[in-house]
Design a protein around this ligand. Structure first.
Ligand SMILES: [Zn+2]
Length: 315
């Protein structure tokens, strides 16, 4: 490959994009499809940089730096912070695209196309039907079915998969030559294929060891037949959350526990490939954990949620 994409895996997809760049057959609209945390947004930003920078995304010129900070006038990025994208924002994008500026091209990046409200999706569809000249739209999405089929059909889809553990291991060893084998192995195991998470964990050893502990603890509790130990643990979590005076830290305790529990269950699911009965049981546990998180986010009594979850996980 010619450009430095600084990503883990995805060689086939990146070769395809480079092919599009060199053959001058860039599409006016790309849709990057694939699970979260594997670098789709990073690749979208890199592609924007390659298109905009006069030196093939040198990462040092003012244009590259502006793209990096999301302040480049002709590279408009709608970063995913969890909120939905309303019609006004899509209209605003179109207005900005139509303003005349110095760049030869405009790039619009929409992270998380599933966030579009139905009205916003229709407005985007209109834009795709009559694409503004010299504009390239790059959007990411978890699942192809999460938006209008008519939008998908007007974009060039590029499918991304989770990189393998071997790919993540090799990339981490190269990126962090100073990290020891144990750290790398631990980060690989706890990344569950999300390369972004793997990197974040190597860079934050404290979080890595905390997560390792939480994970082992959940694994231990999960294997327990009896309720007693689990109730003690859930009680400790509720208490820790209630006693934490720092308002920013308090909600994180139970939330992290629920995240780790979901990671654990997904890994468990993977272990039982071929054993349908066990898989169905774990899938129902994943659903229960998901329900617990939703209730938790609605501020319903934490202790009740956890106790209820506890009983459900024994079934
Ligand atoms: Zn540059």
């Amino acid at each position: 490959m010619i450009y430095s994409w600084s990503t883990i895996g995805h060689n086939k997809q990146l070769n395809q994009l480079e092919h599009d760049i060199h053959g001058e057959r860039l599409s006016h609209a790309y849709l990057f499809v694939g699970p979260a945390g594997i670098g789709k947004m990073h690749i979208a930003k890199t592609l924007a940089g390659i298109i905009q920078c006069p030196n093939n995304y040198c990462r040092t010129c003012p244009i590259c730096k502006q793209i990096e900070k999301n302040i480049h006038q002709d590279t408009i990025q709608l970063v995913d912070k969890g909120e939905s994208i309303k019609i006004e924002e899509v209209k605003g994008l179109v207005e900005r695209v139509n303003l005349s500026t110095q760049s030869n091209r405009k790039v619009v990046i929409i992270d998380g196309l599933e966030r579009l409200t139905p009205e916003a999706a229709n407005a985007l569809l209109k834009t795709l039907e009559e694409p503004p000249s010299h504009t390239i739209i790059i959007a990411t999405i978890h699942d192809l079915h999460a938006t209008l089929a008519t939008i998908v059909s007007r974009m060039r889809a590029v499918y991304f998969k989770k990189p393998t553990h071997a790919e993540i291991r090799a990339a981490l060893a190269q990126l962090y030559p100073q990290a020891n084998t144990e750290t790398i192995e631990s980060a690989v195991a706890l990344s569950f294929g999300a390369s972004g998470r793997a990197r974040a964990l190597v860079e934050d050893p404290e979080r890595l060891s905390e997560l390792r502990k939480e994970f082992d603890h959940i694994a231990y509790l999960y294997e327990q037949e009896g309720l007693a130990e689990r109730i003690v643990h859930m009680g400790e979590l509720t208490k820790a959350e209630a006693e934490e005076k720092d308002e920013k830290k308090a909600p994180v305790i139970v939330s992290k526990f629920l995240d780790t529990l979901q990671l654990f269950l997904h890994q468990k699911l993977h272990q039982f490939i071929g054993d349908e009965a066990q898989q169905l049981r774990i899938i129902s546990h994943i659903e229960k954990a998901h329900d617990a998180r939703q209730l938790y986010e609605k501020n319903i009594n934490t202790r009740l949620i956890l106790e209820h979850l506890n009983v459900n996980l024994l079934k």
